[in-house]
Design a protein around this ligand. Sequence first.
Ligand code: CTP
Length: 511
Amino acid sequence: MADYIYTMEIRLTPDQQRGVTLVQDIARNAEMNIYLTGGAVRDIISGFPIRDLDFTVQGNPLKLQKELERAGAVIASADDDLKTLSLVLPGNVRAEISAALTERYEKVGKPPIVSPATIIEDLRRRDFTVNAMALSLNPGSRGLLMDPFNGAADIEAKVIRILHNYAFVEDPSRLIRATRFAARFHWPLEERTQARYQSAKENNYIEHINDRAIGLEIEQLAYEDDPLHIVRMLEKEEWLKVLNPHWTTAKVDTAGLAHLLKTRQQMNELGYTPDPAPAVLYFLTSRLGDKDIADMRKLIPRKDLVEAWKDLEDNAKDLAKRLMGKEAATPSRTWKLLSEARPEMTLFLAVTARQQAVTQKIKNFFTKWRQVQQKIPLPEMTELHITPQWPQYPKVAKDVFTLLLDGKLRSRTEILKFLKPLAPPPPPPPPPPSKRGRAAKAALAAQAPAPKAKVEEKKKAKQDVPAPSAPLPTVKASAPEKNRKKPAAKMPPAIKRASKPKQKAKGKKRR
Ligand code: CTP
């Protein structure tokens, strides 16, 4: 059992892990049983990327809303009828928390009558076996996998299987979902599922799909890793026109979409994680008319996604204008502007900018200017004690980078000339070696009564010199180098003497 928690923990990103802990703790405090369900469990077990977190609670998730917001979650939508919360957890983690429900379908195409249920009852109302598993997040059973339809075996067999013969009749959106999952995972429909799918298609059950399901399916396309492939499969199966009657692959800006996904990949490799969903929708619908786009936006449940999609062009124009203005007059200022811009905007602008200067600046930001960092002479900086442990390191490193970017420092010599006066003083000398073995004997002998003159001499040396372990006088970080060297040159004789017995002892040991 515990293996699933281990699998979960190694498969989730750190932000997703924090998200699971956060939601789990809030549900526990509210005394609600909570489970990780649906696609998240499927992706944890199958090894596919975990795109979002689906939770199911026994109780009303809307009651958790305030606590979740207090913990930094942003609520994207709250549906009181379906008892579902869509949210974004800190770190841009998409999540959904639904109540465990049973559904009773009375008529084809009509929404089911729902009522509170146990988690096992809830799993019975789901679409496919691979999506009908739950992982307990509750104390005492944390890690327990509930898999009443043997979804784990279907993941192993790589097939999409419905739970029962009425699956497509009850919820025709499952036809689109089956195509989407089959296309995404490259898993075929299991034989009986394929037969039911074909029969549902021939009987045109899809005409009973409801608006919310259409909106959800459009939304899901935005988060696909290869949306064009999915759109092509939906078109082939005649589902794309269900999402919008005028939607075809010809309406997609395929070049723009490919450029977007490639740029996103490059940004990921550099450690940026822009959410590409609004821009994906932009390119998927580029050649559709305004009315069609407006109709689609109305159906999408996640309003934050719709707003981001709507604002894309204006925000990109604004960023382009700033990149052409005084604010980006030098490479270092451009660097600052792009470092502070939302990665989503930089991503979209990188693909859509018309001005050559803007494209070039974004290109430099991701390539040439990053290579400038390699010119920073780290070994020499270490010798100068300019290391990350030094509190002023970030500022000094940033200043060097800025001057390099703007061409004000060109060579290694110039960089070192700039750095030397800024370097911190060298660290204090190490404490004297402990007096052990022969060295200790030698020390004892040294402590034996000595001629009076020598005792006097020793006393004087002790008074003149600080204890060997005490730090040497420090010099301000900004003081010129010649000042800093002085204390080292004045190394007190007592310190030099203290190091001698160590050398002797070493020499004797070797013999
Ligand atoms: N679900 C269902 N029938 C639907 C929609 C959803 O049974 N028509 C259930 C499935 O258990 C699904 C879960 O709700 O796994 C979450 O739905 P959704 O987020 O739409 O799908 P995911 O499986 O999470 O897929 P994705 O990877 O695309 O997010």
